[in-house]
Design a binder for this molecule. Structure first.
Ligand code: SF4
Ligand code: SF4
Length: 138
């Protein structure tokens, strides 16, 4: 069993529902997050695009923190993590990488078929959780 999360960057709209679903589902304190959504734009904050109007652009990246448990109690019951369940655009796919029928494996096959670039953040510095992959065909 090798659980992984695949984040399809091309489907992420930066809505933070994953973070809120995690917070509510796991009964976290108001100032505690296990996943945070970074805006890649001007660098001046959330939803601040780069460029000059009308040529504006930005993209979003849910960053899983080391405190993320991959919702182990739920997953042990066969339920998906709150974040993946609640994402309105199905940008998050979780499951056993060794099971070709898992949501993760099927989503990975789809992004590979699109020719997407797939990468992981460096979790060695303990700022992010391991076993989270990102994909984009842009
Ligand atoms: S991963 Fe889904 S829930 Fe999270 S910010 Fe992106 S679109 Fe929203
Ligand atoms: S996998 Fe579970 S603990 Fe981790 S961010 Fe998603 S909802 Fe929170």
């Amino acid at each position: 069993m090798a659980y992984k999360m695949l984040v399809d960057i091309d489907r992420c709209v930066g809505c933070w529902t994953c973070a809120m679903g995690c917070k509510v589902g796991n009964h976290l304190d108001d100032d505690v997050y296990r996943v945070e959504v970074e805006t890649h734009g001007s660098g001046q904050g959330i939803d601040r695009p780069a460029g000059v109007y009308p040529d504006l652009h930005m993209w979003w990246q849910p960053v899983y923190l080391p405190s993320c448990t991959f919702c182990a109690p739920r997953v042990a019951e066969g339920l998906p993590p709150f974040c993946a369940m609640d994402c309105p655009t199905q940008a998050l796919a979780f499951g056993d990488a060794d099971d070709g029928q898992s949501a993760y494996a099927q989503a990975r096959a789809r992004v590979e078929a699109r020719g997407a670039r797939i990468w992981e953040l460096d979790s060695a510095g303990a700022e992010t959780r391991a076993s989270v992959e990102y994909a984009t065909a842009r």
